[in-house]
Design a protein around this ligand. Structure first.
Ligand SMILES: Cc1cc2nc3c(=O)[nH]c(=O)nc-3n(C[C@H](O)[C@H](O)[C@H](O)COP(=O)(O)OP(=O)(O)OC[C@H]3O[C@@H](n4cnc5c(N)ncnc54)[C@H](O)[C@@H]3O)c2cc1C
Length: 352
């Protein structure tokens, strides 16, 4: 039986492990953390003060789930159904945008619902929404359905898609594309912030990312009952039912290679795991500069790159319910372009 080692038990590593197991490989997943989930892991803290007797569970990262179909696909590989293990709850509204002037926009729903929300800010922009959605669909069809699963590892593969990208005006930023449809600044912000979810600056990220709106319309926005960690756990249990083994607290020191093929994964504790296939879903910059064998490292290429924005996450708990705060609430400050420009400059956003 061919053996595979997957480095990282975040969503990406877990999905890779399941796909390899479904192809008949004997899969071991290793993660340096003490449990699964990576950025989507769960942690528990004891409350303090008046909440001293309470225990609080936190989802460390993702707040909402888009494209649940990708998770359904993983369960279907083994003839199972995601719905038998995780209940997905629809998030309504998808996001609530709260602006500094006190106004609010409930983003999401049907075309009519979205137009009605936009119309509260600008009737003209509401009329322009169907054209924006049609453009977002074109981007979705090209950028997600056709190219989403293709690797772009060299110039030749990039050049092949250039003509299509030029036709779709991929040279424009998300904000500039959005501003060409909508004139009201609230509406422009509401329909251009999506790149921030993937660390991109809407004023610099290629307008291809405006496909996210169509993707949201296609499958909606969801939250797993019990937290994002419930979905992570269901993926781990699916793997366990089908022979995948997991090692927690197992930090990878190096990937060893024979010729151009990875052959062993060396752990910090000195163990060497033999592998016919190695998938690493640790951060690519780290893999290329630290984990790959020295001859394969791409230190120069990585240090020349600019990292995308990181984020500061503030976790807090409360024993009160806030019925007026929807699950996915986004608060805007006075400025938009200015704050993003500041946080994109290397001096104010050190790479760590
Ligand atoms: C605060 C926050 C909110 C977010 N909100 C959303 C959202 O609402 N919706 C959404 O879709 N996405 C959201 N994201 C993004 C989403 O969480 C990530 O894209 C996703 O979790 C990344 O998964 P991954 O498997 O690619 O990487 P990771 O989760 O980072 O997994 C990589 C794993 O590799 C392990 N690893 C690294 N180095 C080593 C090593 N040397 N040896 C062994 N193991 C190693 C790490 O411990 C980690 O577990 C959010 C992210 C954050 C931080």
């Amino acid at each position: 039986m061919r053996r595979a080692v997957v480095i990282g038990a975040g969503f990406g590593g877990l999905a890779s492990a399941l796909r390899l197991a479904a192809r008949g490989l004997q899969v071991t997943v290793v993660d340096r953390l003490n449990g699964p989930g990576g950025r989507g892991r769960e942690f528990v803290r004891q409350g303090q003060g008046a909440a001293g007797g309470l225990q609080f569970k936190y989802d460390a990262g993702p707040t909402v789930l888009t494209a649940p179909v990708l998770f359904e696909e993983l369960f279907a590989l083994f003839g199972e159904r995601l719905a038998d293990h995780v209940e997905l709850l629809p998030v309504k509204p998808w996001y609530q945008m709260r602006f500094a002037d006190g106004s609010q926009l409930n983003y999401g729903g049907t075309t009519e619902q979205i137009q009605a929300e936009i119309a509260r800010f600008s009737k003209k922009d509401a009329d322009a929404y169907p054209a924006f959605l049609a453009y977002s669909r074109k981007l979705f069809e090209k950028g997600y359905e056709e190219l989403g699963s293709q690797p772009f590892l060299n110039w030749r593969s990039m050049i092949r898609v250039m003509p299509a990208m030029m036709r779709l005006r991929a040279d424009r930023s998300v904000y500039s594309l959005t501003a060409s449809f909508f004139k009201d600044e609230h509406v422009r912000r509401a329909f251009s912030i999506q790149p921030l979810l993937v660390g991109g600056n809407p004023f610099e990220t290629t307008s291809i990312y405006s496909l996210i709106h169509c993707l949201e319309r296609e499958w909606g926005i969801w939250f797993p009952k019990g937290g994002m960690a419930r979905l992570v756990q269901a993926m781990v249990e699916l793997g366990q039912r089908h022979g995948v083994s997991f090692e927690w607290g197992a930090q990878v020191k190096h990937i060893e290679a024979e010729g151009e093929r990875a052959s062993f994964v060396l752990l910090q504790d000195g163990r060497r795991l033999a592998a016919d296939e190695v998938v690493s879903n640790a951060d690519p910059g780290f893999v290329m500069t630290h984990l790959l064998p020295p001859a394969m490292q791409q230190r120069a290429q990585v240090t020349r790159k600019t990292y995308s924005m990181g984020l500061f996450v503030w976790y807090f708990s409360t024993s009160r319910q806030y019925a007026d705060v929807p699950h996915h609430t986004i608060l805007f400050g006075q400025t938009y372009r200015e704050v993003l420009q500041k946080s994109s400059t290397p001096s104010s956003c050190p790479m760590t």
